[in-house]
Design a protein around this ligand. Structure first.
Ligand SMILES: Cc1cc2nc3c(=O)[nH]c(=O)nc-3n(C[C@H](O)[C@H](O)[C@H](O)COP(=O)(O)OP(=O)(O)OC[C@H]3O[C@@H](n4cnc5c(N)ncnc54)[C@H](O)[C@@H]3O)c2cc1C
Length: 434
């Protein structure tokens, strides 16, 4: 099985095509190998290159660097993720551990952006958790209490105010959190590729078929060559399981998103000329919807277990129809057929939403499974796994390693069946808000 993605993601297609692409075509020996060149792998490479300025760091990806989920996401750099209440102080403590990590993730991205003068439409405009169901007020009130307890500024809003801010009267209740950031993920990850130091050797379109440890060396078999490395860091997120890594602790999900063309001046006026905004759903299977800086609407409202991962144009067109309905529900005045592109991306899920950041064998490290927070946490974990693999530690690693451990999934046949039932149930609960 290879890694291939559709070619329709607007975030990617609007960037200048890259030149200078190198593919692995012969055998190689190296000290440091990173597999996967998304936010995680690129940040690992950048940091390792800084720690070892006189060594060559090799990074390799099955497709073009950054063109997996790292470019295909909705662009929310999150400070919080929704939690609808706790049963104990211990739960609250665990939620704080999570938000401490998100905070460090935001800091890591901000630092990168400042150091490299990156333009990625970074907007500290906050974000909304919103629902059309007034019954969801209870969930949001509980969440608001949690946020206030942890000093996150937030504000509960109802239909009229939401309409003024979002330009749609679809939502009846919402919670605004001040700390969230919206950005263009394609631009950010491209900047990370451009910022790779000279001592990083990047290979693309080179799929890792399998790997093993032999006499203290890690042997990686690619389509057109073998790399023998002393140390390896896996940064393949949704593809960890297919490489046999922590395979009972994570599994891949396929998400699809659509983006409209920019709204015309009249269409924009018709929806009240709102400022850029982003809404996350209250129910897990509800829609993520954004109004971008350049007045386009982005919607992501499908999550599924899809095998093979690759989604054909026909399959994407089916998802685009669901997304067109989602847009119509919110903006009935907008014309039909304004969706310009629809694409899919692979993410990784763990059972208890905790992330993976660890040494799994001698000289073998892994970071991944961010459950919707990979822009910030992927950047952070990438940098910090490099520090950990170099034998050092940091204040960030101490925070990361306080997180709760990922829990084991049941065997695959139960997992696949269970995941489908759960997604089906969640889809039903979020029906109106998809
Ligand atoms: C539609 C969608 C919306 C999302 N929205 C958000 C959001 O708003 N905010 C947020 O923070 N996160 C969001 N995410 C999740 C986020 O995109 C991921 O968490 C993040 O991209 C993870 O980065 P990564 O570098 O670990 O993995 P990836 O970006 O997936 O990179 C992994 C790389 O590994 C490579 N690879 C895999 N297998 C192999 C192999 N065998 N050989 C060689 N290379 C291999 C892949 O080609 C890929 O480039 C969303 C994801 C999707 C798909």
């Amino acid at each position: 099985m290879g890694v291939s993605n559709d070619k329709f993601c607007s975030w990617i297609n609007e960037l200048n095509p890259r030149t200078n692409i190198k593919t692995l075509s012969k055998n190689l020996e190296c000290e440091w190998l990173i597999v996967g060149a998304g936010f995680t792998g690129l940040s690992t490479a950048r940091k390792l290159a800084e720690i070892y300025p006189n060594k060559t760091i090799t990074i390799i990806d099955a497709q073009l660097a950054g063109e997996g989920a790292s470019s295909r996401n909705s662009g929310y750099l999150v400070d919080t993720t929704l939690n609808d209440g706790f049963n104990s102080d211990k739960d609250l403590e665990n939620y704080k551990k999570k938000t401490d990590i998100y905070k460090l993730g935001i800091e890591a991205v901000k630092k990168f952006i400042q150091e490299h003068q990156v333009d990625c439409d970074f907007n500290e405009c906050g974000k909304y958790y919103a629902s059309s169901k007034i019954d969801d007020q209870k969930i949001l009130e509980n969440f608001s209490k949690t946020l206030s307890n942890l000093d996150f500024e937030n504000e509960l809003l109802f239909n009229i105010d939401l309409k003024k801010r979002l330009g749609t009267d679809f939502y009846n209740v919402g919670l605004y959190t001040k700390g969230g950031i919206l950005l263009n993920p394609g631009k950010l990850v491209r900047a990370m590729i451009n910022a790779l130091p000279n001592n990083v050797n990047l290979f693309e379109n080179s799929f890792l078929i399998n790997w093993k440890i032999n006499n203290g060396k890690i042997i990686c078999e690619f389509e057109k060559g073998i790399i023998k490395s002393k140390k390896i860091i896996f940064a393949t997120n949704g593809f960890l399981k297919s490489l046999g890594i922590k395979k009972n602790y994570n599994f891949p999900l396929t998400l699809t998103a659509s983006m409209t063309r920019p709204l015309s001046n009249k269409e924009f006026l018709d929806i009240g000329s709102p400022k850029e905004w982003g809404v996350l759903p209250v129910r897990p299977m509800g829609a993520t919807v954004r109004l971008t800086k350049d007045k386009r609407i982005l919607i992501r409202n499908t999550v599924e277990v899809s095998n093979p991962f690759y989604m054909s144009k026909l399959e994407l067109e089916k998802r685009a129809k669901i997304q067109e309905i989602g847009i119509k529900k919110r903006f009935p005045l907008l014309p039909d057929s304004i969706i310009e592109s629809t694409w899919s991306g692979i993410v990784s899920r763990t059972r208890n939403s905790s992330q993976i950041f660890e040494k799994i064998d001698d000289n073998v490290f892994v970071a991944g499974c961010y459950n919707g927070s990979g822009i910030g946490v992927g950047t952070l974990f990438g940098e910090q796994i490099a520090i950990k693999a170099s034998g050092e530690t940091s204040k960030e690693i101490k925070v990361i390693e306080k997180k709760i451990n990922v829990t084991k999934f049941p065997p695959d046949f139960i997992l696949n069946f269970g995941a489908k039932i759960k997604l089906h149930y969640e889809r039903f609960r979020a029906k109106n808000d998809s």
